[in-house]
Design a binder for this molecule. Structure first.
Ligand code: NAD
Length: 477
């Protein structure tokens, strides 16, 4: 089997290969991917540092052309790359292709942003002096990504980093190197100069840690768990570098008495179970007012009966497998914890077998949960959700906000008054009205509050906040 190598200083370089396993069928090896060492990471950082002076001054048309070419190739290969994504991560083929298209659109967006770079020229408060405010690239940017969006998250970090003139050392999650390798290969062939983008696949504790420990990495953008995010923060403060963290969530989805029942059920099922619940924006706390509670729970049960859990690549599958054995153990542990805490497992939650050996779990819905239970406070990151009964909107809002996290927050209601109040008062970076908590546009800011995020927003033109530094220049006329 061909070994997919790391890209350092414009050369594909070897290393021990690790098998990339399909969670729908553990007998299927998606490919062999090189595992970088700490020395490889250091070489990648040195290459990015050496490439920075030229790339940071490169023409905007050159950057535009490379990002546009990359977007075009990703979009032209969406079916093949979407299939690779679903095969390595386990989300359904429709979800895999959808995520791939989004990655292509992100590159297209930032190809355009290269041509819209601008500063400000303003008068000084002192006579005969002009003031210019410009944005400059930060330097070497370290990119560390999780396994659950194997192509979109790398895209939404790499594209702005390159657009604004930074050089990159990119470490994808160990579980899903395939899509990352593919987009680095595309960018490399699209004409990036040597060293501008370096790929170091491998272990977080080795490769990621080498990035955290390097004084030559001027900024780190990280998406992943809270625990790792805290390490990124501590090391970055130590090195006085810029950092940006996107971490966990425990996103609430509120259903009010006046909700359209079918809209509420569709949004709740999507939020809780699609992409196997493995989305930072997934909802695992469904907060339902008294008057609609029983009808909502019954309708959820009916809707869940129709959900097909199977091989991610099979037509007709709604929910693919869990990503690996350890995540499956975490999901089933939380199901046990929920039962012990006194919540009622109303539907699903059983391990299931399919034609191929994979990590298959029926989506699980608890009822009679309280917001104090661990299943309501800790991120599960699987197809496991709990319904919390409340008396009215005011209690629903209070419960929704009673969490250490603050990424996304949703509400199902036909009341303009409540929708407006919720948008204003939900303690979250993103608020959804009559829509699932997950599912966002690629051209507007993405990010959270409280324990979910730290630093400037990602995506859209707001990405410039992280990937550039502002300079103020004064000139005597
Ligand atoms: P993780 O923290 O285990 O790993 C994330 C990345 O960090 C991986 O590339 C890993 O190799 C690397 N890493 C691990 N140890 C490291 C170290 N010591 N130094 C440097 N890097 C290290 O997270 P995961 O399990 O891959 O992803 C799931 C988590 O990601 C969930 O908590 C989820 O909520 C979160 N997530 C958040 C968002 C968001 O935007 N808020 C989006 C997707 C996923």
């Amino acid at each position: 089997m061909t070994l997919h190598q790391n890209l350092i200083a414009g050369e594909w370089v070897g290393g021990d290969g690790v098998a990339n396993i399909n969670p729908s069928n553990t007998a299927d090896v998606v490919g062999e991917y090189a595992r970088a060492t700490a020395d490889d990471a250091k070489a990648a950082i040195a290459a990015a540092k050496a490439a920075f002076p030229a790339w940071s001054r490169s023409g905007i048309l050159e950057r535009h052309a490379i990002l546009k070419k990359t977007a075009d190739e990703i979009l032209a290969r969406k079916d093949e790359l979407g299939r690779l994504l679903s095969r390595e991560e386990g989300k359904t083929l429709a979800e895999g292709i959808g995520e791939t298209v989004r990655a292509g659109q992100i590159f297209e967006f930032f190809a355009g942003e290269c041509l819209r770079l601008a500063g400000e020229v303003i008068p000084s408060v002192r006579p005969n002096i002009g003031v210019e405010i410009t944005r400059e690239p930060v330097g070497v940017v370290g990119i560390i990504t999780p396994w659950n969006f194997p192509i979109a998250i790398p895209a939404w970090k790499i594209a702005p980093a390159l657009c604004y003139g930074n050089t990159v050392v990119f470490k994808p999650a160990e579980l899903v190197p395939g899509c990352s390798w593919a987009i680095v290969d595309i960018l490399h062939r699209a004409g990036l100069p040597k060293g501008v983008l370096n790929l170091v696949m491998g272990k977080g504790s080795v490769v990621g840690q080498a990035m955290l420990d390097s004084p030559d990495v001027q900024a780190i953008t990280f998406t992943g768990s809270v625990g790792t995010g805290k390490r990124v923060a501590a090391a970055s403060v130590e090195h006085n570098r810029k950092f940006q963290l996107e971490m966990g969530g425990k996103n609430p989805f509120v259903v009010l008495d006046d909700a359209d029942l079918s809209v509420a059920v569709e949004a709740a099922v999507n939020s809780a179970f699609f992409s196997t619940g493995q989305r930072c924006t997934a909802s695992s706390r469904i907060i339902v007012t008294d008057g609609i509670h029983d009808r909502f729970v019954a309708a959820m049960g009916e809707r869940m009966k129709g959900l097909v859990v199977d091989d991610a690549l099979k037509p007709g599958t709604h929910i693919g497998p869990v990503v690996d054995q350890s995540q499956l153990n975490q999901d089933t542990d939380y199901i046990t914890i929920g039962k012990k805490e006194g919540a009622k497992l109303a539907f699903g939650g059983e391990l299931i077998s399919r034609d191929t050996p994979g990590f298959y779990l029926e989506p699980a819905l608890f009822t009679e949960a309280t917001n104090e239970m661990r299943i309501s406070r800790e991120e599960i990151f699987g197809p496991v959700a709990a319904v919390i009964r409340v008396k009215d909107y005011e209690e629903a809002l209070a419960v929704a906000n009673d969490t250490p996290f603050g990424l996304s927050s949703g509400i199902a209601t036909t009341s303009l008054k409540h929708a407006t109040h919720f948008k204003r008062n939900a303690e979250a970076g993103m608020v959804m009205v009559n829509l699932p908590t997950a599912g966002v546009d690629f051209h507007v800011p993405f990010g959270g509050r409280k324990g979910s995020s730290y630093g400037p927003r990602e995506q859209g033109k707001y990405a410039a906040e992280f990937y550039t530094i502002v300079k103020t220049a004064y000139t005597l006329a």
